[in-house]
Write a protein that binds this ligand. Structure first.
Ligand SMILES: *Cc1c(COP(=O)(O)O)cnc(C)c1O
Ligand code: SF4
Length: 328
């Protein structure tokens, strides 16, 4: 690439990559972070996200999502490297075909932010890079499987790809007649809203297939004015905007926090889609809440909100062809 990096690429390059830096910025003691945890999964936080944290608050719900702490090092045995069974379903390097009529397309291993609770924090992406050889094999697999009607770009974060790569993939997939929809699962509109450039918006606007974007937002404080403007702009293009939230202890496991999140998502043009029980990844147990507690929280949302603002309570079980709806 020879062009000067665009603003979002600069912001990505300038993200906090060390806890000392971030804690300084927040006027907190560097001792709050644990080096051994940080060494096993590095810290990464764009400034646009850190700006939404409250200074000098060590319990800030956004800080708790990114700060490496000692709890990560004492992982119970039932918290696994690949809790959702991605590896056995990996086909042709970058496709995960575990759901019935749709595939996950792993386009990049990178993320703009490193979330401590991530279910892929231990997943090796080295084999899942979208090399041109992998791309050819992936497209071939999709052509040969007429039961697949939706491609879900996943990662990593698929919106970290360049506009050219995204456009190329959309055009190639649109040539396969049984593919009806394209979906992006991304945290970028939330953590790096400058990525929602007019060029990207144009690209989506002119896409030959319907586009669905599922954002990953866990707390209303993540929805700054800049995020709101970026999402509302996306919405104008007729994209379907949905959100998935992970239930996280001491971060959003409270009826008030979840109600506020649903309301603020709607104000950003996004409908709540999934409220997800944590995937039991190694190093994430301290974020987990019981299913009984999750049900209580969901019941309280059901009581307080219009039906369309109540996300579905789900969990992912390895080997199953769809998420499990938690009913009560
Ligand atoms: C659940 C999930 C999907 C698939 O979602 P459905 O809406 O059930 O098809 C894709 N990507 C991620 C990251 C998920 O958690
Ligand atoms: S895949 Fe999603 S949850 Fe995991 S680190 Fe990236 S943005 Fe965070």
């Amino acid at each position: 690439m020879n062009s000067t990096p665009s603003l979002w690429q600069q912001e990505l390059n300038q993200a906090f990559t060390g806890s000392t830096e971030l804690l300084n910025y927040l006027k907190l003691s560097p001792d709050l972070s644990v080096t051994e945890a940080e060494n096993s999964f590095s810290l990464r936080v764009p400034l646009a996200y850190a700006k939404n944290m409250e200074k000098a608050n060590r319990y800030d719900p956004l800080l708790l999502q990114v700060l490496p702490i000692a709890d990560e090092l004492n992982s119970p045995k039932n918290y696994l490297d690949d809790p959702v069974g991605d590896l056995p379903a990996l086909k042709n390097g970058c496709l995960i075909h575990k759901y019935h009529d749709r595939v996950l397309f792993i386009t990049t291993g990178g993320c703009a932010i490193n979330c401590r609770f991530c279910f892929r924090r231990n997943f090796s992406y080295s084999d899942a890079q979208l090399t041109s050889k992998n791309e050819i094999r992936a497209l071939q697999y999709l052509r040969n499987n007429p039961s697949i009607n939706e491609v879900i770009f996943s990662g990593g974060d698929p919106l970290l790809l360049s506009d050219q790569r995204i456009e190329h993939l959309i055009q190639e997939l649109a040539k396969i007649s049984h593919i009806k929809r394209l979906r992006f699962h991304t945290r970028l509109p939330i953590v790096l809203p400058s990525r929602m450039t007019e060029a990207l918006i144009d690209l989506f606007q002119n896409a030959p297939l319907p586009i669905i974007i599922v954002t990953h937002c866990n707390h209303a404080n993540e929805l700054s004015e800049q995020v709101k403007q970026a999402c509302l702009r996306l919405k104008q293009t007729n994209i379907t905007l949905l959100n998935q939230t992970v239930l996280l202890k001491n971060i959003n496991d409270h009826p008030v926090a979840l109600k506020e999140l649903s309301e603020q998502l709607f104000a950003c043009g996004i409908l709540p889609y999934y409220l997800h029980i944590l995937d039991k990844a190694k190093g994430t147990a301290h974020f987990d809440i019981t299913e009984a507690k999750a049900i209580q929280l969901h019941q309280s949302l059901q009581k307080q909100l219009s039906g369309y603002l109540v996300p579905k309570l789900v969990k992912e079980e390895a080997g199953k062809a769809n998420k499990t709806l938690i009913t009560y």
